[in-house]
Design a protein around this ligand. Structure first.
Ligand SMILES: Nc1ncnc2c1ncn2[C@@H]1O[C@H](COP(=O)(O)OP(=O)(O)OP(=O)(O)O)[C@@H](O)[C@H]1O
Ligand SMILES: [Mg+2]
Length: 337
């Protein structure tokens, strides 16, 4: 049995062996390979990794939103409080989305409709899910704007998306995601388009809401700063695999997978010296593998400075303790996840 999965009763979400394949010009390409993780009540799980490693696909797959065709979920179970989302009908899974599990994306401008006021869009979202009069939905919309700390909500609600700053728009998206008080919020690069100060405000806001509601959060990002700010636990992804899992402290202070180590080095903020010169950041040499043309063995092998002949075969996820696993032969302890 996989020790790294959430086994306590407060597991809100359990993802087991989640796998996604895509048909690319007649070839079956594996995009996500047997991804496992659990999410506890009120916990924030960070998913980190370079572009294209499968972070967004994990979120889309667990909500059954993989574009199909050409994609398909080829394996896996996703239990939301013991309800297997993979076996629900389309109608049933639609009810889960936005209600039990909500998602916010990187660029709120593409998710907000420019021709309607934010109030209108918020009220419509509320009416979609709740049996309320329009007047009561409007009252609730104003309350939600207050919750996400939008000043003068009675005025703001009449404005159009383009009249708001990027940070304000992201707050509106968060308000929309919170309409049904979801158990899980998936935030996919929610602050990438925002400047650092606004980023910090959005994270503070999410933490405040989480403290009030015990909502669990999956934070997807390539920014380790965001992970450090928000996450309790972290999974590191590479080429569609979970390659390391641990607490924030374990991942930040004692990363074991050479990929995680490289990722951390490349994300290290190096302070400018007295002349103001900033050292260039060391990058992980090489590039992510071509998923269309996968080679046997460890997917990170070709970029890994510590690779040995052993790495020509695929390492399993070695289990080092409760929710602590590493997919690398260097930590081979014989205990496989
Ligand atoms: N429609 C598609 N057809 C084929 N491959 C796809 C499709 N959509 C995504 N992929 C591939 O799936 C892989 C994972 O993509 P995903 O969007 O999950 O990456 P990501 O980790 O979220 O990256 P980023 O940080 O850039 O958002 C990528 O290699 C991508 O090329
Ligand atoms: Mg993505």
């Amino acid at each position: 049995m996989d020790d790294s999965l959430e086994t306590k009763e407060d597991a809100v979400l359990r993802v087991m062996n989640l796998s996604v394949d895509f048909d690319v010009k007649g070839n079956n390409v594996s995009i996500l390979s047997k991804v496992n993780f659990g999410l506890g009540l009120g916990e924030t799980l960070g998913i980190v990794g370079e572009s294209g490693c499968g972070k967004s696909m994990t979120a889309l797959a667990l909500l059954r939103m993989v574009p199909s065709p050409p994609g398909k979920i080829s394996d896996g179970e996703v239990l939301l409080n013991n309800l297997d989302l993979m076996t629900l009908s389309q109608k049933e899974i639609k009810k889960i989305r936005g209600k039990e599990i909500s998602m916010i994306f990187q660029e709120p401008m593409t998710s907000l409709n420019p021709v309607f006021t934010v109030g209108n869009q918020l009220v419509e979202t509320i009416l979609e899910h709740k049996d309320l009069s329009r007047a009561d939905a409007l009252k609730e919309a104003i309350e939600l704007l207050r919750l996400v700390q939008i000043p003068a909500p009675e005025q703001r609600i009449k404005e159009y998306p383009h009249q708001l700053s990027g940070g304000m728009r992201q707050r509106i998206m968060i308000a929309m995601a919170l309409v049904c008080e979801p158990k899980v919020l998936i935030a996919d690069e929610p602050t990438t388009a925002l400047d650092v100060t606004v980023q910090a405000q959005i994270f503070d806001l999410l933490k405040e809401i989480q403290a009030k509601t015990q909502m669990s959060i999956i934070l997807i990002t390539h920014d380790f700063g965001a992970i450090t700010e928000m996450a309790d636990r972290v999974i590191v992804m590479y080429a569609g695999y979970k390659v390391e899992e641990g607490t924030l402290d374990e991942i930040r202070n004692s990363p074991l997978h050479p990929y995680t180590q490289g990722l951390l080095r490349s994300m290290l903020v190096i302070k400018p010296d007295s002349s103001g010169f900033k050292m260039p950041l060391p990058e992980i040499p090489g590039s992510v593998p071509d998923l269309l043309n996968r080679q046997p063995g460890c997917p990170f092998g070709p970029r890994c400075s510590q690779a040995t002949v052993k790495c020509r075969s695929m390492p399993p996820n070695f289990n080092l303790g409760f929710k602590r696993s590493v997919k690398c032969w260097l930590v081979d302890n014989g205990r496989v996840e």
